[in-house]
Ligand binder design. Structure first.
Ligand SMILES: [Zn+2]
Length: 378
């Protein structure tokens, strides 16, 4: 028995919707952006910062937490909320995606890969991924999946899709915590019939929500959108839909217009640590010389704690001398900017004006069709 995340939909605008998602102990508004707390914190910022920005749900990586400090340690410390001091909802990623870059050897029963910490071999199975995430104790956990990089031969994509379906069934069977939601993951690359098969077989298992995986992994932006729209339209209306690893402004809004409710991406924080600032006029590099004497804020339209207090010139200085405070302050701005975009999308849906917002944002942010801008891991 898994916790059925109920979605109280309060407004719709064509395919898009705003809602309140209820987990066993917490709730959050959707559409929502989940900052990525890979190792139990979002890099360079604190839980207090995230709370002040207004985030209601964050993502943590079960794979990293299971290696350091260990799922048992987190359980002994009272679970991820009490351990990390985060009062909002938490979703844990199973680790399937992380193993992609760790020379994984996948068989029908699980995946072997090397630890990023000491190089030792680790085995993850559908059942052990569930057990680890039950110990960590997030509000929502994800099934173990296999996500091939694209482009890939159709047989490889199919094998990964069928394996993910089978692993989802096993995860559902293994899941014991009744106060925890479990999401299935749709795979199938950019092949529509394969996506359809993945949706049908995964929905049969009756999960608390559905994630759309295997997109933004090397395919063209236009292909991603076509597959995403078709996949979302096949998913049950009353369950949350989560698009994994996508976070550039235009893709977020387009996905919201199709009816996606949840997102995660390292885009705002990773860019921030490298000095790239998100703003109403697009993104820019703070390191550039012209910012050295700039007395205005990072973005004149932003009301985050960084923009309220510090100039571009000062923040550029911190960045140039590699002060960690720069990473924090710019990350706070980029996270606030992203959250504000999602809040604007919710407001636009309530007003029936999402398409106008998308047009405005597209004019500023021309999506480059090269897969850039969607880094998943921090
Ligand atoms: Zn700001």
């Amino acid at each position: 028995m898994t916790w059925p995340v109920s979605l109280q939909i309060d407004a719709v605008d064509n395919g898009a919707r705003t809602a309140r998602a209820l987990t066993a102990y917490r709730q959050f508004e959707t559409p929502c952006f989940m900052p990525v707390g890979t190792r139990g914190t979002v890099r360079a910022v604190s839980m207090q910062d995230l709370e002040d920005i207004g985030f209601q749900v964050m993502l943590a990586n079960a794979y990293h937490l299971a290696l350091r400090p260990g799922a048992e340690v987190i359980a002994a410390m009272g679970g991820i909320h009490s351990f990390s001091g985060w009062n909002g909802a938490v979703l844990t990623d199973s680790g399937g995606y992380q193993t992609r870059s760790l020379a994984p050897v996948v068989d029908d029963n699980g995946v072997n890969f090397r630890s990023v910490y000491d190089g030792s071999m680790i085995r993850l199975t559908p059942e052990s991924a569930v057990a680890i995430q039950e110990l960590i104790g997030a509000d929502i956990q994800m099934v173990l999946d296999q996500c091939p990089s694209l482009p890939a031969p159709i047989e490889v994509v199919k094998e990964a899709m069928l394996r993910t379906v089978e692993w989802a069934r096993r995860a559902k069977k293994a899941h014991k915590r009744e106060d925890q939601a479990l999401f299935g993951i749709i795979q199938g690359g950019i092949d529509l019939p394969m996506r359809l098969e993945s949706v049908q077989r995964t929905v049969e298992c009756d999960f608390s929500g559905y994630a759309i995986g295997g997109l933004s992994v090397g395919e063209a932006h236009s292909e991603m959108l076509e597959v995403l729209e078709a996949t979302v339209s096949m998913l049950p209306e009353g369950r949350p839909r989560y698009l994994m690893g996508v976070g550039d402004p235009v893709s977020l809004l387009e996905a919201i217009s199709f009816g996606v409710d949840m997102f995660d991406c390292v885009f705002p924080t990773r860019l921030g640590r490298h000095g790239t600032v998100l703003s109403e006029t697009g993104r820019y590099q703070l390191r550039r010389k012209e910012n050295a004497l700039e007395q205005g804020p990072l973005d004149p339209s932003c009301h985050c704690s960084t923009c309220m207090r510090w100039s571009r010139g000062y923040l550029r200085h911190l960045l140039m001398v590699k002060e960690p405070t720069a990473w924090r302050l710019i990350s706070i701005h980029n996270l606030t900017w992203t959250n504000r975009l999602i809040i604007r999308a919710r407001e636009a849906i309530r007003q029936g004006e999402l398409s106008t917002l998308i047009k405005e944002v597209k004019e500023v942010w021309e999506m480059r069709d090269n897969g850039e801008g969607n880094p998943r891991n921090s």
